[in-house]
Design a protein around this ligand. Structure first.
Ligand SMILES: [Zn+2]
Length: 482
């Protein structure tokens, strides 16, 4: 009887690795947690390493994990997809629905850079990982990553650098200075736990010259040199065995079709459509657009555009395909437009001249970014399947040993890329060190021994009482006999 009892008690006490761990925010297990560097190279398409010699990216793949590609959320543009990396939420759930802030009443629009400083645009329900990490006792930093400038629930990422307004995002010398700062100052001197680091290339070059251009291939070589430089700096500072690195991007890039034979999308030329029926519009911004029709004009606008162009997709917000997760947020305007790959949406006249563009359906292969990871918690030389970028957030929380906020990703999707120790030392997003594990096993065992001692004492006392009562009874019977 005692054996099953012991087993039950053992289970009830629970010697699972984290059972006796104090709640997060009170204690840090600094001895076991490795640091994490999240890097985004804007617009680095999944296959950009195929037509360029990339020795450093190849070495990183051999030393760690390379995913075939990853799928960003729709729409595939910079601020919304970066905020998905930081929160693990689809765009309709985190609410950073566009690169541009806008006000449909005043008609005001802010471009990408100025939108970085509109706190209310970013801080609307989803906390980026920096704030969650800081609340749970970690030190976080961010350099140039979209969302860095904003304040979330009265808190900013404590260590940060926001780029100046007119910043050259392609200067390799600046890249190296920024890397020196992140590795040498932030991780090494200031002992930060997590840093997000952003580079604005190869996106700009892809837009300007197109994804199949020699200029883009040159820029990929610059990215590759930079990856080598980052890993060398990490090695120099003795951080190789303490720092995990994830390198990915926000979206891919595709060639814009242009020329005499191309039937360009120009809304003003579509029969039955008039900008006079529109109160506010967000077009001339790549392959997507949003419209707010004037009162009573929604159906007219919708019907005209719906059959307006063979490469234009037109949806009422509530009818957006569910798989895109881009129909359910109050900021989204009543009519949402997106174009087939290679087409952009113009309003009055063709005003867009980029040779490369993104923003298309996230199922398009050209919209998929790359994904690499290396470090003490990752497997070596592992080719991994594709996955959605909402799953990067729970992976990062797991690596940092912090409890994630509500999110749309799952650790199960990515945990196969972790080495066995990191993979199993987890319980609901918590991570425990081997030291704490043994401590907790000891606490559990002591409790079991204590309980068994108690059971022994109770059983012995009970048996002795029974024996004494039987003895007394026997003596009474004997007395009567006497
Ligand atoms: Zn981008």
């Amino acid at each position: 009887m005692l054996l099953p009892l012991c087993f039950t008690v053992f289970c009830l006490i629970g010697v699972s690795p984290c059972a006796a761990a104090p709640p997060h925010g009170t204690t840090r297990f600094t001895s076991s947690r490795n640091k994490l560097l999240l890097i985004s190279f804007d617009g680095f398409r999944w296959d950009y390493d195929r037509d360029v010699d990339t020795p450093n990216l190849d070495k990183m793949a051999r030393d760690g994990v390379k995913a075939e590609y990853v799928t960003p959320p729709f729409l595939t543009i910079t601020s919304p997809t970066h905020f998905t990396l930081l929160t693990g939420r689809y765009i309709e759930n985190h609410g950073v629905i566009h690169n541009m802030w806008f006000n449909t009443t005043t008609q005001e629009k802010k471009q990408y850079y100025m939108t970085q400083f509109v706190d209310s645009y970013w801080d609307n329900g989803s906390l980026p990982i920096w704030i969650t990490a800081q609340r749970q006792g970690l030190k976080a930093g961010s350099l140039h990553f979209p969302g860095t400038a904003a304040t979330y629930k009265n808190e900013t990422v404590k260590v940060r650098q926001v780029e100046p307004r007119f910043y050259d995002h392609s200067n390799e010398t600046d890249w190296r200075l920024n890397i020196d700062k992140v590795i040498g100052e932030w991780f090494y001197e200031q002992d930060l736990d997590f840093v997000s680091l952003y580079f604005g290339e190869p996106d700009s070059t892809g837009h300007k010259y197109g994804p199949n251009s020699p200029e883009r291939r040159e820029m990929v070589k610059q990215v590759d040199r930079t990856v080598g430089y980052i890993r060398d700096k990490i090695q120099e500072h003795g951080l190789t065995n303490k720092l995990n690195i994830i390198i990915t991007a926000d979206h891919g890039m595709t060639t814009v079709q242009r020329g005499g034979t191309v039937n360009e999308i120009i809304l003003s030329k579509i029969p039955g459509f008039s900008f006079k029926d529109i109160k506010f519009h967000l077009v001339d911004y790549g392959p997507t657009g949003m419209l707010l029709p004037k009162e009573g004009k929604l159906e007219k606008v919708y019907q005209a555009l719906k059959k307006g162009h063979p490469h234009l997709h037109v949806y009422k917000k509530e009818e957006m395909p569910e798989r895109l997760h881009y129909g359910n947020h109050p900021r989204l305007l009543p009519i949402i437009l997106y174009a087939d790959t290679g087409y952009v949406i113009n309003g009055f006249l063709p005003v867009q001249f980029n040779k490369g563009e993104h923003g298309f359906d996230n199922q398009e292969r050209d919209m998929k970014p790359f994904f690499r990871a290396v470090g003490p918690d990752f497997q070596k030389n592992l080719l991994f399947g594709d996955f959605e970028t909402v799953n990067v957030y729970p992976l990062m929380c797991h690596l940092l040993g912090i409890k994630p906020e509500i999110n749309d990703g799952h650790l199960d999707i990515t945990k196969g890329m972790l080495d066995l120790k990191t993979n199993t030392n987890n319980n609901n997003g918590k991570q425990c060190s081997p030291k704490n594990y043994s401590k907790e096993v000891m606490i559990g065992l002591s409790a079991v021994v204590g309980f068994l001692a108690l059971v022994f004492i109770v059983t012995m006392t009970h048996t002795m009482c029974k024996r004494r009562r039987r003895n007394q009874k026997t003596s009474v019977v004997n007395m009567e006999k006497l």
